[in-house]
Design a protein around this ligand. Sequence first.
Ligand SMILES: [Zn+2]
Length: 187
Amino acid sequence: MDSSSDPRPLVGEPLALDLLNTVRMVDGAPADLLATTDGLAAWLRAVDLTVRPREVVRAALVETRHAIRGVLSDPSDRGARMKLNTVLGHGSLGVSLDSEGHPMRSVRVDEAAYEPAVFAAYSLVDILETSPDRIRTCEHPSCILWFLDTSRNGTRRWCSMATCGNRAKAQRHYNRSHTGGGLMPMT
Ligand SMILES: [Zn+2]
């Protein structure tokens, strides 16, 4: 796939977080990639899912996104948990050994339209099992992107150093040069 047509603001994240990141801030307002089936089609292509971009697929994903965000924001949110469990109920886990004897896990889905939503929900379960304390949101105040902190020390703060990290650095620099008085060079 041509990477320039990847509509995701951040790549390399688990599918559950990719799904959350379909809502991002554009010019100070949230923009939803899944608001249209065209956006949905672009997202499905980017995450390598071949299901046809129908309205029922879009609706399942939007609902699942809401549930994932709810569970991550407040693990005691019963409504979000139940919604997520309903989505998980559309899938089942198959476990087997491959030809070299390595364990393999695969997710089966009862309805094709639910495949992306179920995969995203399973992806969340995966992260919750392996590294729940590494799920983060970007620290930049005007960014709402999620990421999994895979840095060795768990100190990643930004969705991307190139964008939010630098924006924050520039802001700190600006604050430093505009406070304290008397040290500003005359222009
Ligand atoms: Zn960010």
